[in-house]
Design a binder for this molecule. Structure first.
Ligand code: ADP
Length: 206
């Protein structure tokens, strides 16, 4: 099961991904977390991406795709992955399709957390006050929201054309959003909404 959690910054992707990790034994791959860790470690990669991130712009496709491939290899035995904050451009989505295909896998589901701009701005103001993340300051956040609207939102038609996209109300409280996601995943686990077949029906092909 490979799931893409989709939505603007501060939509709650990280929060929901962490819950799914403990409930469904999936591995969370957050490019934002990976890049922040690289920044903190002061590695060559970290130095390269620091300014771009602090200014609210997107890191190059090449860099994030390499990070994702590295993790897919490192955790090859996983039951599945939750992609959080990736893909963020159509080129990244195409690359993800092809790296998964090479491994005999695919993106199974894309869940979009829908949150309106006013709430996003409110959540970011709170996060900035609490955590002081540089790219959460109001000016930089505008740049990030713009990157989302121009570079990331075009992924919606990409996944919707493949019949993989489901929307969930991201404005509800954390528990309610978690329940909505669970319902989507459970529904998709029994294909085409068919009732689960009994053991004997499966055995005899009926
Ligand atoms: P948020 O927590 O607000 O959703 P993230 O933690 O996902 O934001 O990302 C923080 C920053 O890291 C982005 O503004 C961008 O600079 C960089 N980044 C993260 N993921 C990607 C990606 N897939 N492509 C390009 N840049 C990325």
């Amino acid at each position: 099961m490979n799931l893409v959690l989709f939505g603007p910054p501060a939509a709650g992707k990280g929060t929901q991904a962490k819950r799914l990790v403990s409930e469904r034994k999936l591995v969370q791959l957050s490019t934002g977390d990976m890049l922040r860790a690289a920044k903190r470690s002061g590695s060559e990669l970290g130095l390269k991406v620091a300014d771009i991130m602090d200014n609210g712009k997107l890191v190059s496709d090449e860099i994030v795709i390499a990070l994702i491939e590295e993790q897919l290899d490192a955790q090859a035995g996983a039951a599945g992955f939750i992609f959080d904050g990736f893909p963020r451009t159509v080129a990244q989505a195409e690359a993800l399709d092809s790296v998964l295909q090479k491994r005999g896998e695919s993106v199974d589901s894309v869940i979009r957390l829908k949150v309106d701009d006013a709430s996003i701005l409110g959540r970011i103001a709170t996060r900035f006050a609490e955590q002081g993340r540089k790219d959460d300051n109001p000016e930089t956040f505008k740049v990030r929201l713009n990157a989302y609207n121009t570079q990331t939102a075009p992924l919606l038609p990409y996944y919707s054309a493949q019949g993989k996209l489901t929307e969930v109300d991201g404005m509800a409280d954390i528990e309610t959003v978690a329940t909505s996601i669970k319902e989507v995943l459970d529904r998709q686990a029994s294909p085409k909404g068919e009732p689960k077949k009994s053991f004997f029906a499966r055995l005899f092909g009926r």
